[in-house]
Design a protein around this ligand. Structure first.
Ligand code: NDP
Length: 439
């Protein structure tokens, strides 16, 4: 029952999952008897808190902080922290709900959670970022721990922010715990964690194409976003012989027919913390489409011709008009690097077209899976090589692909990977909840 009209994104995510689960619920009466759905849509715990900090002018600023500890049936709560002005309770709840099923789908011992704040890191000085992170952790530290809740990064939270939060956690608790993932390599981070979501997304796409007797070789790819997930999606696509021709940020889109120059993109975004307009200035052959000239019903990036699409920016960034444009232009696969980037209508269009379509909870699970590998290294005080972690990531992505594909086939809708991912994740969480009793 929808009790709050303001939880749009959360209801969107839940509705998609419930649509998928109908046949499974009819099949197995235990799920109804144990009120699994009613329990799964209600977070185990939601923490909302004030984050007060002092800006460079000496003025006090106040933001809203959140941590939703959604479900711990399979392991400690695990999921990222997002700093973006659009963050609200609905967005954190939708992300937490998706995270529960995603983490289950990896086959790893991970529960699901998510957190964040409506803080805008853009234009803030390094000192302001540090003071904000410290203020955020001053409340969060009492709720997290290496076996209770282990946050990571997400939009607006990268290695720098994780560092400032970890420093404050350590100061407050006097403990050097593996309580956050995405840490710097110097002090407990894992190789491949930075690359994992993007690389994993491309590994998943590779499997989907192979399943259709096709490959990435020579495919023109449309990528949105230019943050962590987008950059490493582009890097892996290039490495495997595909040609990413777009990327975007919230101000505009780059279209570069000759292929995105990932080295230069990293320099602009990771080293200089710049904008794609700066990238365009260095690449006269790249077209820069400013946000003002986007189509009214969608996003410029999806109007470019390409065979594969990788939405890697944010939720609801690909509309039904965008989905139709992709199909008209010959797109054969959509692989979601971001969480819920397709609107519900867009997902319907792609499903009806029966093209290869991977939902985020399957395709972008490489990030959280590698976070678990970071936790395992921290707990055993070991350090694995790049090749070892990458190898494990590849195995995990293959497992996620097979579980998703096999479940979709078992339910007699072999092209419906949304169904396959939702049901495969749900079954693991539901069985664990039943075994653990009514708590
Ligand atoms: P980053 O902050 O590194 O990058 C986000 C990118 O998306 C930026 O290019 C940003 O542009 C753009 N963007 C963000 N919000 C908007 C918006 N409202 N409108 C238009 N563009 C926007 O985040 P990540 O790359 O880490 O995350 C991207 C997506 O992937 C998110 O959906 C996240 O939840 C998901 N994800 C991330 C994982 C990870 O390991 N990092 C793991 C699994 C999923 P600008 O700079 O202009 O804001």
């Amino acid at each position: 029952q929808k009790s709050s009209p303001a939880q749009t994104e959360f209801y969107q995510a839940v509705e998609e999952v419930l649509d998928s689960l109908a046949p499974v619920l009819d099949e197995d009466s235990r799920f109804c008897k144990h009120s699994i759905i009613e329990r799964m849509v209600e977070p185990e715990r939601q923490i909302m808190f004030r984050v007060a900090w002092v800006d460079d002018n000496g003025d006090v600023q106040v933001n809203k902080g959140y941590r939703v500890e959604f479900n711990s049936a399979l392991g400690p709560y695990k999921g990222g922290i997002r700093f973006h002005p659009s963050v609200n309770a609905s967005i954190i709840k939708f992300l937490g709900f998706e995270q529960v099923l995603k983490n289950a789908l990896t086959g790893l011992p991970l529960g699901g959670g998510k957190g964040g704040a409506n803080f805008d890191p853009k234009g803030k000085s390094d000192g302001e970022i540090m003071r904000f992170c410290q203020a955020f952790m001053s409340e969060l530290y009492r709720h997290i721990g290496p076996t209770t809740d282990v946050p990571a990064g997400d939009i607006g939270v990268g290695a720098r922010e994780i560092g400032y939060m970890f420093g404050q956690y350590k100061k407050l608790t006097n403990r050097f715990d593996g309580v956050l993932t995405g840490k710097d390599l110097l002090w407990g981070g894992s190789l491949v964690r930075k690359e994992a979501t993007g690389y994993g997304c491309v590994y998943f796409a590779e499997h989907m194409l192979e399943g259709n007797n096709d490959s990435l070789e020579g495919k023109e790819c449309l990528v949105s976003g230019s943050g962590n997930v987008a950059i490493y999606t582009i890097e892996k696509l290039l490495e495997l012989g595909a040609k990413p021709v777009t990327c975007s940020d919230s101000s505009g889109t780059i279209y570069q027919k000759s292929g995105i120059d990932v080295k230069s993109l990293k320099q602009v975004k990771e080293v200089e913390q710049g904008r794609l307009s700066d990238y365009a200035k260095r690449h006269p052959d790249a077209e820069y489409i400013s946000r003002d000239s986007y189509p009214d019903d969608g996003h410029a990036v999806w109007r470019v011709a390409g065979q594969l699409a990788f939405p890697c920016a944010t939720q609801n960034e690909l509309t039904s008009a965008d989905a139709k444009a992709l199909l008209d232009n010959g797109c054969i696969a959509v692989c979601e690097g971001a969480n819920m980037p397709c609107t519900a209508d867009a997902a319907d269009v792609l499903l009806k077209a029966k093209i290869a379509y991977a939902p985020g909870k399957a395709a972008n699970a490489g990030g959280v899976a590698t976070s678990q590998l970071e936790m395992a290294q921290n707990a055993s005080m070991q350090r694995w090589t790049f090749q070892e972690v990458d190898h494990k990531l590849k195995d995990i992505m293959q497992g996620i692909y097979q579980r998703t594909r096999d479940t979709a086939a078992e339910l007699e809708q072999p092209t419906n990977f949304i169904l396959g991912a939702n049901v495969a994740g749900f079954r693991r969480v539901a069985d664990a909840m039943i075994q653990q009793g009514v708590v």
